[in-house]
Design a protein around this ligand. Structure first.
Ligand code: SF4
Ligand code: SF4
Length: 254
């Protein structure tokens, strides 16, 4: 197949740490095979060689935090047949969405020596709050095998085969002893979307919820459990207010 016939892939960055793009670069061997099947047309983290759109598939990392971002994502949407958002920043607003619970001017004044040069929105929002998104892949960062599956699915016009169960299922499959039951360690695994392979519980730590809430999380049950482990109401609030603050807050108030 000639390069001209291959589907064109673009990778875009908004407010983010680049970790999810690195998950794609981390594919290494698979990336070579991927490059044989698709044309990597726009991926600044990998190459300065750019090919003009439109693009068949755009992967979008990062959240919308500036007026310029809010305009640019509209252009990305217009240029892209399919848009897939990757990671907690793009799907939920990311850790930077903690600003949504405070006055952003207070942060700007505290962090920057010359706050008058900073132009920012009051909130950090998910890409889907601005444009239509065809698929959201969760994680902080996303899992590289899940990312390859999503790219393969969209290139082949099929639904991605991404499991919707919780981290607890992955944890049991890994044969781990439950840190919450055995050691009383707070763990968000029962309400968190699978994808990391239960990485933290495999090292005797509680899950931090990097992949955001699963489809049908039982938030009251886990909140009660965390309280029984001795966590104050404030501590329980804080444990959910990290990378996926918006979807966890929504799940808690459902
Ligand atoms: S989701 Fe996490 S790893 Fe990905 S860009 Fe945002 S902060 Fe970085
Ligand atoms: S350690 Fe956490 S993820 Fe593993 S089974 Fe227990 S609650 Fe679930």
């Amino acid at each position: 197949m000639s390069p001209a016939e291959k589907p064109k892939l673009a990778v875009w960055k908004f407010a983010s740490c680049d970790g999810c793009q690195l998950s794609l670069l981390d594919c290494e061997d698979e990336l070579l095979q991927l490059a044989g099947e698709i044309e990597i047309a726009y991926f600044l983290e990998a190459s300065s060689a750019l090919i003009e759109g439109p693009y068949d598939l755009s992967l979008v990392e990062g959240s919308i935090t500036t007026g310029e971002d809010a305009e640019r994502i509209q252009r990305v949407r217009r240029l892209s047949r399919r848009v897939v958002t990757i990671g907690a920043c793009a799907t939920a607003g990311g850790i930077q969405a903690l600003r949504n619970f405070a006055d952003v001017d207070d942060f700007v004044g505290a962090v920057y020596a010359s706050p008058e040069y900073i132009s920012t929105l009051a909130t950090s929002t998910a890409i889907s709050q601005h444009v239509h998104v065809d698929y959201e892949l969760h994680g902080c960062p996303v899992d590289k095998l899940q990312l390859l599956e999503v790219i393969s699915a969209f290139v082949n016009e099929r639904k991605p085969a991404i499991a919707s169960h919780s981290v607890c299922v992955e944890c049991k499959r890994a044969g781990n002893v439950c840190v919450m039951v055995a050691h009383g360690t707070p763990c968000l695994g029962p309400v968190t979307h699978a994808g990391c392979g239960a990485l933290c519980p495999s090292y005797n730590r509680g899950c931090y919820g990097c992949f955001g809430p699963m489809e049908t999380p039982n938030m009251p049950a886990l909140t009660n459990q965390l309280s029984e482990l001795g966590m104050s109401e404030k501590a329980v609030d804080r444990v959910f207010r990290t990378f996926n603050v918006r979807p966890f807050e929504e799940a808690r108030t459902r």
